[in-house]
Design a protein around this ligand. Structure first.
Ligand SMILES: NC(=O)c1ccc[n+]([C@@H]2O[C@H](COP(=O)([O-])OP(=O)(O)OC[C@H]3O[C@@H](n4cnc5c(N)ncnc54)[C@H](O)[C@@H]3O)[C@@H](O)[C@H]2O)c1
Length: 289
């Protein structure tokens, strides 16, 4: 595993720190810190986190000019030294940065994807589990659309081991449907603002652990050919009525990267939210031109 950064000593120090945990955690990986793209030569998978994070009060979109320049050099390095790799982009604004990375690398879209939905869905699932007092292991919940305030939590299919979440919330509040809707609206709002909530607490820097775990879940699905169905920021070619834009949708991830984009019908309310989210993505991406 190679950790790359432009700051000298930083990736070397981080990898040494991780490597020194190996006897405790029982792993024999070779870890290298690098400041030269030549060191990523032949990588199977590249996870891109280069770029500024938000400061309190900033939106992800405020990062676009600075991070686009960074993404350009990173993508060129990947294209030159890891031409057969799968790329998982994490840098924000996510939907724009993954678009740029695919354009510059010219890799097939099945090999260039963004990580947002796994994290946004994990956040939604965590908030549901805490509201209901159940294990996070049993909550299934998915968030689609762009990785911004317009993201679309799919409430209709959220469930706890098959039992619909909305029914469980209604029962918790003695059948009060209005109260249940209010509670769910708060969970959705918290999910949409969850990245900002962490930024607001940290003051400098954004979430680390949950985005890292989410990207690793995607990388494992590809490297181990797991055929997992995960929400992935993928280039759409007519699916969900969208063409030529990266948007978060359910995908099957396996040895060939994005092996399938899985479509399903949205109801009127979900479709309206999805359209709104896609419009925000288009505005953001088109602003780069
Ligand atoms: N997609 C998501 O869900 C998600 C979640 C969390 C963070 N993020 C985004 O990920 C990015 C990184 O966040 P972070 O908290 O790790 O920030 P960070 O500041 O800790 O790390 C970013 C690193 O990028 C490096 N860098 C700067 N220019 C570079 C270049 N040209 N080439 C290579 N590296 C370069 C910096 O030296 C720095 O070490 C941010 O844009 C953040 O908004 C996305």
């Amino acid at each position: 595993m190679v950790l790359f950064d432009i700051v000298e000593g930083l990736p070397q120090g981080k990898t040494l720190d991780i490597a020194e945990a190996s006897p405790v955690d029982n792993f024999d990986a070779t870890l290298t810190g690098a400041n030269d793209y030549a060191d990523i030569k032949g990588a199977d998978i590249v996870i891109v986190t280069a770029g500024l994070p938000r400061k309190p009060g900033m939106s992800r979109d405020d990062l676009i000019a600075t991070n686009a320049k960074i993404m350009q050099s990173v993508s060129e390095g990947i294209k030159q030294y890891a031409p057969n790799s799968f790329v998982i982009v994490i840098s924000n604004p996510l939907d724009a940065m993954v678009t740029l990375c695919q354009k510059i690398t010219e890799f097939p879209s099945s090999r260039v994807m963004g990580m947002a939905g796994v994290l946004d869905s994990a956040r939604f699932a965590a908030f549901i589990a805490w509201e209901l007092g159940v294990s996070v292991k049993d909550v299934n919940a998915m968030v689609l659309g762009g990785h911004g305030d317009t993201m679309v939590p799919i409430i209709r299919y959220a469930n706890v081991n098959g039992v619909p979440v909305m029914e469980l919330i209604e029962r918790k509040y003695n059948g009060d449907k209005a109260k249940a809707k209010e509670v769910m609206a708060a969970l959705v709002k918290r999910t949409q603002g969850a990245g900002g909530e962490v930024v607001g607490l940290l003051k400098t820097g954004s979430a680390f652990y949950s985005p890292a775990s989410s990207a690793i879940a995607m990388a494992e699905a590809i490297l181990r050919d797991q055929k997992r169905l995960l929400p992935v920021c993928a280039l759409l070619n007519g699916e969900f009525g969208v063409k030529g834009y990266y948007v978060g949708v359910p995908c099957v991830l396996g040895a060939n990267g994005i092996e399938k984009i899985v479509e399903f019908s949205l109801d009127a309310e979900e479709q309206a939210m999805f359209d709104n989210s896609v419009a925000a993505v288009k505005e953001l991406v088109d602003s780069m031109k």
